[in-house]
Unconditional design. Structure first.
Length: 330
């Protein structure tokens, strides 16, 4: 039987040798250590009032959610990276690292991770937005004058670059395992939404593809960009690049809203095909997980549900601890 009539739309992300899940009140990462133990990073959510208000505004809420997810996700990814590095250290070197770095998160560390996350996100989006413009202009500037066709070719080049990049990094062993954990995350969410008991055998029956994935969002930004850019004309390459930068927040906002719509329509036989391009991209960004990887994903999800239930009874944010860490370095 379903666990509730209207299940919460949970989401997550793959990290190094683990999975992070976000609940209503807490984000939890579970990581498989080298000795087989599963350790956790548990961070209660303490969203600012102004952030919560912005998340209610259509178009704008998409940009806020993306940046917020990048910041929070970077902290969990950093935890998993530290855990992986810690497992590779010799005992003597590990003791030195403990003395030098201590445990827990300092304010400077949190600010640093936040800054890097935002800058990395902005740099990636700007590069993927401007580089296709430059390439398309170089190759096809004097071939024809139809700006819509130029925009289509720009979108095609952007998609080719994206697919080539994803395929290339997926050939490395670490990224392949990361994509397996990505598949495990999707399978657990799908199994939960179907009301299944979360066991590796039950979870493995479900697809590694999921409508709400960020990969679907990326595909939508390419498609939306082609049509939105065609509303405006430009006279030269610099004006074209400037338009792309100015319209980037709009593209992100519209794509976020459309992703929500396609997800809500996925049970309608004809309209569900709107989400297929994003699912196709997930064929690259996810891989079939092992049972051991699914176990980690289930552990993360169950721990998130457990803490979510406890924190739901907390009346004020001040009663919630800033973070509960399983110290990687100690």
């Amino acid at each position: 039987m379903p666990q509730q009539s209207k299940p919460v739309s949970y989401g997550g992300q793959a990290v190094i040798e683990g999975v992070m899940f976000g609940g209503k009140h807490v984000n939890v990462t579970a990581v498989r250590r080298k000795d087989g133990e599963i350790t956790y990073l548990e961070v209660p959510k303490q969203d600012k009032t102004w952030v919560m208000k912005l998340r209610r505004i259509p178009l704008l809420r998409g940009i806020v959610s993306i940046i917020d997810s990048s910041v929070k996700g970077s902290k969990h990814l950093n935890y998993s990276a530290d855990a992986y590095a810690d497992d590779e250290l010799e005992p003597e070197e590990k003791a030195k690292q403990q003395e030098k770095q201590g445990t827990g998160w300092s304010l400077s560390m949190i600010i640093g991770v936040t800054a890097v996350a935002i800058l990395s996100f902005l740099f990636g989006k700007i590069v993927l937005t401007l580089l296709p413009v430059v390439i398309e202009d170089f190759l096809f500037k004097n071939v024809f004058d139809n700006q819509f066709l130029h925009n289509v070719l720009e979108g095609v080049i952007k998609l080719i670059l994206l697919l080539a990049y994803l395929w290339l990094i997926s050939q490395t062993p670490m990224i392949k395992r990361l994509f397996q954990y990505h598949g495990a995350e999707h399978k657990v969410i799908s199994a939960y939404e179907a009301g299944e008991e979360l066991t590796p055998e039950n979870v493995q029956k479900y697809s590694r593809l999921h409508y709400r994935c960020g990969s679907s969002f990326i595909m939508l930004t390419v498609i939306i960009g082609i049509f939105l850019y065609s509303v405006f004309t430009y006279d030269n390459l610099w004006e074209r690049m400037g338009q792309r930068l100015l319209l980037l927040p709009v593209v992100l906002g519209i794509s976020f809203e459309l992703l929500k719509i396609t997800n809500s329509l996925r049970d309608i036989p004809v309209l569900r095909y709107l989400g297929y391009p994003g699912l196709w991209l997930q064929l690259l960004t996810t891989k079939e997980p092992t049972n051991a990887q699914v176990e980690v994903s289930i552990a993360s999800f169950n721990r998130m549900l457990e803490l979510d239930a406890k924190l739901a009874n907390v009346s004020t944010a001040t009663e919630v601890p800033v973070a509960t860490l399983d110290p990687v370095k100690g």
